[in-house]
Design a protein around this ligand. Structure first.
Ligand SMILES: C[S@@+](CC[C@H](N)C(=O)[O-])C[C@H]1O[C@@H](n2cnc3c(N)ncnc32)[C@H](O)[C@@H]1O
Length: 232
């Protein structure tokens, strides 16, 4: 387990505090999401029956737009990389990355209730050869030898939203991050408490706002932030 917890005073995480602007429940449906710059739409099954991850969240667009732009600049950017998405929900960001780049592998991860949706979305987009879905509960030890412990890129879209999950999420980020691992984390500022996550993160990671994102200002105005985390 991570030293972060010991360094902190007690009673910071006061219990499950769900966000209020989660949006309406989404009935199960399949749709086609079109992004300018992406050759074909992403087919996406959404269904909030299994939890909040069953629908697309705002921060996903920040990352997808960035990776589309980056692909135009340098199509080899994520070539041959092993990518893992944390708290993937529908898996939208990972799907976009796999469609854009000749990645080695893109692994979508989330908790058990999201497993079917992630698998369905991989199939819908015919990406089974280069993608897979796995269960990864933040804070739980990743078994030795797991391919998750050998990834180049970590994606986390809208994963900073639940105070009780701040430390487990950081523990997982730390477990995955080696010297050269790049973590892309986009999030929507919702509550003051979110600051706590970033204070804790700065103890272990260098946090850099993604400077070359052409949509940075536009998204910042909507309270969306996009960072790169690198292990200190
Ligand atoms: C707000 S949703 C974001 C979903 C998706 N990344 C997006 O941007 O559309 C947060 C996701 O984190 C997942 N999550 C929450 N707590 C988790 C935990 N302890 N371990 C793993 N995943 C978790 C949820 O199941 C959910 O899919």
């Amino acid at each position: 387990m991570l030293a972060i917890e010991e360094e902190e005073e007690k009673n910071i995480f006061t219990g499950l505090e769900l966000i209020e602007d989660r949006g309406k429940q989404v009935e199960a449906h399949v749709g086609a999401l079109t992004y300018e710059g992406l050759e074909s739409p992403i087919l996406l099954a959404q269904d909030s029956a299994g939890g909040c991850g069953g629908m697309k969240w705002e921060a996903a667009d920040v990352m997808i737009d960035y990776f589309i732009w980056k692909h135009k600049e340098a199509s080899e950017f994520l070539e041959n990389k092993t990518v893992v998405e944390l708290g993937a929900g529908t898996g939208l960001v990972g799907l976009a990355v796999a469609k854009l780049y000749r990645t080695k592998k893109v692994i979508l991860t989330d908790q058990m209730p999201m497993m079917n949706l992630m698998q369905e979305n991989i199939k819908l987009n015919k990406l089974e050869e280069r993608m897979k879905a796995e269960i990864l509960n933040w804070g739980e030890e990743i078994p030795e030898g797991s391919e998750l412990l050998d990834v180049d890129i970590v994606l986390a879209s809208d994963c900073v939203y639940l105070e009780v999950a701040f430390i487990p999420l950081l523990e997982t980020l730390l477990a995955l991050a080696k010297k050269d691992t790049v973590i892309y984390l986009a999030y929507k500022k919702r509550r003051k408490a979110d600051k706590r996550f970033f204070q804790l993160a700065r103890k272990k990671f260098e946090l850099i706002e993604v400077q070359d994102d052409p949509k940075r200002e536009e998204y910042n105005k909507k309270g969306l932030r996009f960072y790169i985390f690198k292990r200190k």
